[in-house]
Structures are given as structure tokens and as C-alpha cells.
Design a protein around this ligand. Sequence first.
Ligand code: AVI
Length: 324
Amino acid sequence: SLALELPRLETALRLPTQDERQQLLHGLLQPQARIDSKYFYDDLGCELFTNICQLDEYYPTRTEARIFAENRDAIAAQLPRNLQWIDLGCGDCGKTLQWLNVLQPARVIGVDIAGEFLQSSMIAVAQQHPQLECIGVVNDFTQHLDLHDLLAERPGNPPVFFYPGSSIGNFEPRAAMRFLRRIRAHCGEHGRLLIGADLIKPKAILEAAYDDARGVTAAFNLNVLNVVNRELDADFQPERFRHFAHFDAAHRRVEMHLVAKEKHSVSLGRHTRRYFGTDEHILTEYSHKYSLDEFRALLAASGLRCNHYWTDPQDWFGVFLAEP
Ligand code: AVI
């Protein structure tokens, strides 16, 4: 029998709303068609992303992990005691698990858009740390981050937001600033943000990271069409598109696209059809890269002071600790 009490799961904000479907449809009907990168993460997408993180070419995950491993005590020393740890986009909670022993937080809040995945992750955390209060919040936090009530339940425990993996790079800089400001608004006096950001580096390394030899990233990108098919009752055939990734140096971002191999049309539900010409692109993701100074300037513009940061010997990835 299961002695474990199931972690609390707050789901109020999930189910895709009519609004979200409208937005998705609207994006696909633009002259430059686009699909928001949040649609990557269905069950298969989450699994493919886990595989991406283990690829030789995909350096961000292991570079960040090494920065954390080598500086864990120094980072922990800068954080408040009895904190509430909020992992934004926690996935399998693998990164959070590595912090729990040094930090001994008062509670852990995992936030993720993928509900079932989140539930099993939080159960795993609770099993390994039976004394710890674990809460899962199913939420598209990129759209509406509102954890004020939840955090206010523990007024004596300062929040520490954990946003690793350079997920901030998937926002355009202005949206990143709005998002960082929202985090700041949750911090109070003693709250902190521990955030990872991928740094500028040679184009060939960046492009290989987003177009690996085994085709895992290609499968991840193409899978978004299956997600759209379900969301909109559409009939995309992924085999009619190919994966394309390139670094746009002017905008300092890797872009992922799906390119139509041939001219064809796709039904987007009962009343709408979209025509694609040969080589027409659907934009599926931006992954912005920063210099150390640019990222600190972004934090500053969001009202966050960064007194400490850590990098690897090549300056490929940055970990920043920020406070209001
Ligand atoms: C989640 N995010 C930080 C990844 C990135 O690198 O932008 C998503 C990804 N896309 C392709 N590979 C990985």
C-alpha cells in the first residue's frame, strides 16, 4: 500500500482555453506562420527534450550542471535560510533534487505546463524527501505567473525562484523583461532568483546544438505538428516538413523552423485551411543568447540586481543570482 500522501497539485489554470486555441490559429494564419514553443511539450515532446539534454552537441544542460556542481556551496551560501524553492518549468525535477540536501528548504513548489508529468515528478521528490512539503502547480507560467497566494501561506519563508536551462532565452528580450519583472514582484525583500542563461559563442557550435546528428532535435521540432493536430483538430503531416535551425547573429538568437518540402494545404479545424508553398517556413522557436553584460543589463532593466554570477571556463553558460 502507498503510505505516501500525494503531493498537493493545483491545476486550476491549465486546460487550453478558447483564447489559446485562437492564438495558436492566429499564429498559423500569419504570412510568417508561427507556433509558440510551449506547444513542444506534450508527453513525447518532454521525452524528446530529455533526450536532447543528453546529446553531445547540446552543451547547455551539462555546462550548467557543472557550474552548479562546482559552485553549489558558494551559491547556497548566498541564499536565505528556510526558503521556499520555486522551480519554474521543473520537468522531472532532476535539477531541483540536487539542491535539496544543501538548501534544506521549507517547501518545494514545482511549476510546469505538463500536468501528468509534473504529478509524477512531485511524487518522486516527495518519496525521496518525505518530510518536505511538495506542491505541484500546473500552469503556463509564461502567460500568467501568479503565486502570490501560495507564497503568502508561508510569510516567514522567502521565495527563491529557480529558472535554469536558459529557458529565459525562449522569450524575446522584451517579453523576458516583462516575465522577470513578474518574478521580481513575488520576491518581497528577501526573495531571490537563480537563473541560467546561454551565452554567445561560435555559430557552428550553436547550430550543431540545435541540429544534432542523430536527429533528435528534428524529431522534437516536427512533433509540435502532432500537438497542433490535437489542439486544433488539424491535419498536418509532419513528413511534409523538414527541420531547420540557424543562428541569426544580428538578433543573437538560434531560430528553429519547420520548412514545407512541397506545396500543399493543411486543414486547421473545420473552417480553416492554410496553404504552404515549397520552402515556406513555420517559426517554432527563438533561443536567445546573451553576453554576460547583456544578461546582467536585462536583469537590471527588470529591477533585479545581480551581485553574483558563475560561468564555466569557456564562458559558454552563465548562472546569475539576482535580487530586487
Ligand atoms: C527549453 N529551452 C531552453 C531549449 C533551448 O535550448 O532553447 C529548447 C530547445 N530547443 C531545441 N533544443 C532545445
